[in-house]
Design a protein. Structure first.
Length: 547
């Protein structure tokens, strides 16, 4: 641990001439001054005089230095002896050479004495591109350390940048994977603006640079802070008032600009550019609460804390609390966005499932009338010519419809029920055409679960796309696979084929049912063979777990 020895008993004095010695001090102009922020060195040459108290227990073998930070060139004297020059003090822009913003000036050990030590610093500021409120930042004595003190001060907040960068990458990729949703984009922009602002802010701890660059650095910090605040407003408004999110962003931008002349100095300007959009964001979250939108309450609470930190400690907010509060706020928004994306995925899956079910139902309804119309025509003929056969046909048709009604709303049924449904349909077709139709399924596992109607549809499809003059026999075999099962249905070759059996809505229905039940684990193949038209259904053996 170390303790700084501040410059006390401060006085500011005018300069008599252009010589680099203490005799240039105009004692008649000296006046006491409180803080360094009360001293304006812009477009003039001024002296700052004061005392530094060195304690008696100070270890003499430790290097000691005077730390100064100022938007000014400066000459430094310690106990009447000149010990350093930062830039070149001059009475005009041409005569001055800009010094570094932050400087460490070594104090020779022989000049150190216990108790009060006289310090005189001569300043001039003629190189600034814009006027500032407080050109002088600090002046104190302390031992010399291996690292820069400013970098040590920014160390804790630099630790959060990795999390912000990771979040920017994650949400950026989320946006580019689905550009219809803007929330991830605004979160990514928030992170990028915050990281850029943090590194530009901490640049002072890494590098030494001439003091005029500080103005451009401060302007960059203000612009990045404004970008962060507008991105925050865009996200919050987009989440909770989606129809008017752009209006809220425009209002945030306008209110930030209005705050510029109200808040003094660059820090005040930056704070205003953050504070005004924060209020607009809070109002948007409040509208979300009124509309009972999920996540609105926790977002409003996080924003309230964020605003309170700005109002409670405005002078220290940007240096100490801003980046840590950004991390907390960003964490809340990250969680909210992740939950929102999850809800969107669940909703999309539900919509997709409902759409698939509707599409399958429409396919089923478009298949059934064709079959029913032809069957009723055949039934009319049998009732007129052979009532007994007509009765048997009615019973077979009733059995088929009864089985269909029992399994229509189920995701999976035993293969035994599906085979019974197919055989009832073959019975109906046998009566309808006065031909014998059978299904050979010897050796299959009738406990195997399949989507309802898939084999029934394939059998029905064979009659839709061909005529069998002498009757026919369908054959179903089963093959085991490492991760599933394969059912192979061979429909006999039709004596009078129409269009290909693998075309039309029937096979589309089968594929849809398999996809709905097993997803990417299911597959359907169909094509001609010498024995007949073969359709292969491949799917997992075990029932999939519900989502």
């Amino acid at each position: 641990m170390h303790s700084q020895s501040p410059l006390t008993d401060r006085q500011v004095c005018g300069s008599l001439g252009q010589y680099d010695n203490l005799s240039d001090i105009n004692d008649a102009t000296c006046r006491p001054v409180g803080g360094l922020d009360e001293i304006d060195t812009q477009n003039r040459v001024l002296w700052l005089r004061g005392q530094v108290d060195i304690r008696a227990d100070y270890p003499r073998d430790t290097p000691f230095a005077l730390y100064t930070g100022a938007l000014a060139a400066r000459d430094i004297w310690w106990n009447g002896e000149r010990i350093g020059q930062i830039g070149r003090v001059g009475a005009s822009s041409d005569a001055e050479t800009a010094g570094d913003l932050d400087a460490v000036t070594w104090i020779p050990p022989h000049l150190l004495r216990t108790g009060d030590n006289a310090v005189d610093i001569r300043y001039s500021t003629f190189k600034l591109p814009l006027p500032v409120n407080a050109p002088l930042h600090y002046a104190y004595a302390d031992r010399i350390f291996g690292g820069r003190n400013l970098l040590i001060a920014y160390g804790p907040v630099l630790a959060v940048t990795s999390a912000l960068v990771a979040a920017a990458i994650f949400f950026g990729c989320s946006f580019f994977s689905d550009r219809r949703v803007l929330g991830p984009l605004f979160i990514a922009l928030m992170c990028l603006f915050a990281v850029a602002q943090l590194w530009l802010e901490s640049l002072r701890g890494f590098l030494s640079f001439p003091y005029p660059i500080q103005v451009w650095r401060l302007m960059g910090i203000a612009i990045l802070a404004f970008g962060f605040a507008l991105s925050m407003t865009a996200y919050v408004a987009g989440r909770f008032v989606p129809k008017r999110w752009l209006l809220h962003v425009m209002l945030a931008a306008l209110s930030g600009v209005v705050m510029l002349p109200i808040m003094p100095g660059f820090d005040g300007m930056t704070l205003g550019l953050i504070l005004a959009p924060s209020f607009v964001s809070f109002a948007a979250a409040g509208q979300g609460i009124a509309a009972r939108r999920q996540g609105a309450i926790i977002t409003a609470l996080a924003l309230a804390v964020f605003i309170a930190l700005q109002l409670i400690g405005p002078k220290t907010f940007l240096d100490q609390n801003f980046y840590l509060s950004i991390s907390v706020l960003a964490l809340v928004l990250f969680i909210d966005q992740a939950l929102d994306l999850r809800r969107a995925r669940v909703t999309a899956a539900e919509v997709s499932q409902k759409a698939a079910a509707l599409e399958l139902e429409l396919l089923r309804r478009r298949i059934a009338p064709h079959f029913l119309m032809n069957t009723l025509n055949a039934l009319t003929e049998w009732v007129e010519s052979d009532p007994k056969t007509g009765v048997k046909m009615i019973e077979a048709l009733a059995d088929e419809f009864r089985l269909l009604s029992q399994v229509a709303d189920r995701n999976l049924i035993p293969l035994a029920d599906e085979l019974a449904l197919c055989r009832r349909h073959l019975d109906v077709m046998s009566y309808r055409t006065d031909r014998a139709f059978t299904l050979d399924a010897a050796g299959v596992d009738e406990t195997l679960e399949v989507p309802p109607g898939v084999l029934h549809t394939l059998v029905e499809n064979a009659f839709t796309h061909g005529r069998f003059v002498d009757g026919a026999s369908f054959r179903l075999i089963q093959e085991s696979m490492p991760h599933g099962v394969r059912l192979i249905l061979t429909a006999p070759l039709a004596d009078s084929p129409g269009c290909k059996p693998n075309g039309g809505r029937g096979l589309a229905y089968v594929r849809g049912r398999l996809d709905a039940a097993f997803g990417a684990d299911a597959n359907t193949e169909s094509g001609p063979t010498p024995e007949g038209w073969r359709t292969i259904l491949t799917f997992p053996r075990a029932r999939p777990k519900p989502a």
